[in-house]
Each structure stands twice: as structure tokens, then as C-alpha cells.
Design a protein around this ligand. Structure first.
Ligand code: SF4
Length: 345
């Protein structure tokens, strides 16, 4: 349809947190969504070629997705500036400055659909943010925008419920888009369980994380993450590590680590962080120092565009081998204790 309103959404960064909301919102406004293709080697190298080397991998990937949308001929590309998601809780400067970065590094004929969400400032909350976005498509009716907002929350909440109940990201998204909520049967127990800690855009982008979920599951390991936890559990995790909130994505790192460090069923923790990420290095240091009280092994995997898959797998395998050995030793110890007691009676 010639006059159909279209918006391009990069399959990167906040896509992995909020795309269900945007799906409900833009559909309700009758705006067609064009998504960039899943991340490939080319996405990364295209993005990396336009920014300085020190830029973190997720931002390089984001730039690559903008280029992919341009290749698809999309004219309006959604690049919001999400400054602050709650009073005095901020995103990192790279996320906050995404529209400026894209404007400066990507050349081409396209409009950036941008608006600023800044809950630390007056008149920059969600309503203003959504009104500003809709206005760029000449939609100004407050009731229509409110209805779209509600529709966004319905899809997002359905998605969150499914992910919290263990459904994989793509499956949960597929059902949420269809207005369904499917609760999967409880997964079979595995010999060991790992908590994978990282931002959604790192652990859910199969190229960035080198499909770590599948690799671990193939090693007979159960994998849990922050998105299976409720807000209350993440807050509890922050309290357990005695950490206060400053970064917008601190719950998914520190809160998640704090929660799983206390969980007896978790045998070890893997953190997946981007090379050159300031907030991650601070949060990781905090987690590492405080985790000493919990006696749980931690493996940190740092990724950039040069990370090789072979070395990545070797490190995961070595870590899992160690966890399997620990588990066997623990079971043997318990068995010996039971035998000793039985011999005494
Ligand atoms: S939080 Fe870290 S990984 Fe994410 S955009 Fe900022 S610097 Fe990059």
C-alpha cells in the first residue's frame, strides 16, 4: 500500500528488551514495522567499519542493523534516546546518545524517528515520549496514542510472563505477537545449572553470544538468566549484594547475580560482557568482590568482534567440566556421610 506508514526497527540493543511493546504500540497505530535481519558477520563488520575501534560490540552491531534497514529501503528508522528509566537511574552514555551517533556516522537519505525518555527530568516521561513518536507520523489524538500504549503493554506483559516461565525468546515473541500466552511444561532437570548473566542484547543475539544457550544445553547444562526472574527477585538480588541502583541495566547484571548466587540449585555463574563496556566492568567488579561470600565459581566471557568461537567453546567446556567434577565430589561426599551413619546404626 503506497501511503502505508512504515517504521524500521533495528534488531539490536533495546529490541531485546522492549520490542514486544513496540510491536503492540505501532500495530495499534497502523504503522507497519520492518525489522532488520538477524545479526551476521557482515552486520558486525559493516557497523564496526563506521565507528571508532573502542566502541563496544553492541553499538557496532546496532550501527550494522541501521545499515541493513537502509539496504531494505526503509526511510523512517526508530532510534530512541532512552536516558533514564526511573528517577536518577540512567542508561550508559552510548545508549543515551544513540540518535546522535547514528546521525553522525551513517550517511544516507533517511529520517531518524527519535524521542527522548528521561524519567529523571520533568515532562519527559513515557506519555511525552510516545506522543513525540506518534507525532512524527502525524498522529496526535491522545486517546489513540493511549490505546496504542495499552496495547504495547499487553504484548510486553504477555511476552514477559512466557519468558519468566522458561519459554525461549523467539518462541515467546511469536506467541505474544499472536496475542497468546503459552506456559511451557517444566523442563527436565539437568545434572548442573548455570546462571548466565548479561544484557538482553548480548545473551539473546545468537551471533553476539555465539548461541551460548544451545552450546550449554548440548553439554547437559540448564541455563537460567535475569529474564526468568521477577522484579522483586532482582531487587532481592541487589539487596543480597548490598548494591544500590544507578545504571538502568543493573538489575539484569548485579540483581541477577545476587539472586542466583544465593540459589542452592545454581552450580556456577557465567557473565557475558562486552569489551570496552564501562558499566559492565564496574558491575562485574562489584559482583566478583561480593561473590566471594557465596562460594560459587564464576566465569567471565568478554566479547568483541574478534572473539573466536573455538576459544569461546573451550572456556565454556573447561568451566562446565569443573562444575561437573565439583558436583560429583559433592555427591560422593554426601554418599560417604550417609554410609558412615548407616554403619553406625
Ligand atoms: S552498557 Fe556497555 S555494552 Fe551496553 S551500550 Fe553501554 S557501553 Fe555498550
Amino acid at each position: 500500500m503506497k501511503n502505508k506508514k512504515v517504521i524500521g526497527i533495528p534488531r539490536a540493543m533495546s529490541y531485546y528488551n522492549y520490542f514486544p511493546f513496540w510491536y503492540g504500540f505501532f500495530n495499534s497505530l497502523d504503522i507497519e514495522i520492518v525489522l532488520s535481519a538477524p545479526t551476521t558477520k557482515k552486520t558486525i563488520s559493516d557497523g564496526a567499519s563506521l565507528v571508532v575501534t573502542e566502541t563496544c560490540l553492541p553499538v557496532k552491531v546496532y550501527v550494522g542493523h541501521i545499515l541493513n534497514l537502509l539496504e531494505k529501503g526503509v526511510e523512517n528508522i526508530f532510534v530512541p534516546s532512552i536516558q533514564s528509566i526511573a528517577p536518577k537511574i540512567y542508561n550508559c552514555s552510548k545508549i543515551r546518545g544513540l540518535p546522535d551517533l547514528i546521525r553522525n556516522v551513517v550517511k544516507g537519505e533517511f529520517n531518524i524517528i527519535e524521542a527522548t525518555l528521561d524519567k529523571s527530568e520533568k515532562n519527559a516521561g513515557l506519555n511525552e515520549f510516545l506522543t513525540e513518536i506518534a507525532k512524527q507520523f502525524n498522529i496526535t489524538d491522545a486517546e489513540v496514542i493511549k490505546k496504542a500504549q495499552n496495547q504495547g503493554f499487553v504484548v510486553q506483559n504477555n511476552f514477559n510472563v512466557m519468558v519468566q516461565n522458561g519459554l525461549e525468546f523467539d518462541e515467546a515473541l511469536k506467541y505474544a505477537k499472536n496475542g497468546q500466552v503459552i506456559i511451557p511444561p517444566k523442563k527436565e532437570e539437568k545434572p548442573i545449572s548455570i546462571a548466565l548473566i548479561g544484557h538482553a542484547y548480548n545473551i539473546y543475539d545468537k551471533r553476539i553470544c555465539m548461541d551460548i544457550f544451545k552450546k550449554l544445553e548440548n553439554m547437559d547444562v540448564r541455563v537460567l538468566n535475569a529474564y526468568q526472574l521477577t522484579q522483586e527477585q532482582l531487587k532481592g538480588g541487589m539487596n543480597a549484594l548490598n548494591s544500590s541502583l544507578y545504571w538502568a541495566n543493573q538489575y539484569e547484571m548485579t540483581g541477577c547475580a545476587g539472586h542466583y548466587l544465593q540459589d542452592e540449585k545454581i552450580d556456577g555463574i557465567i557473565t557475558l560482557t562486552a569489551f570496552g563496556c564501562g558499566p559492565d566492568s564496574l558491575m562485574l567488579e562489584d559482583i566478583r568482590r561480593k561473590s566471594k561470600n557465596f562460594n560459587k565459581p564464576i566465569l567471565n566471557l568478554t566479547i568483541d568482534e574478534h572473539t573466536g568461537e573455538a576459544g569461546f567453546i573451550t572456556r565454556i567446556e573447561a568451566f562446565c567440566d569443573m562444575l561437573f567434577r565439583n558436583k560429583r565430589a559433592k555427591i560422593m561426599k554426601q554418599k560417604n556421610q550417609v554410609d558412615e551413619i548407616l554403619q553406625r546404626v
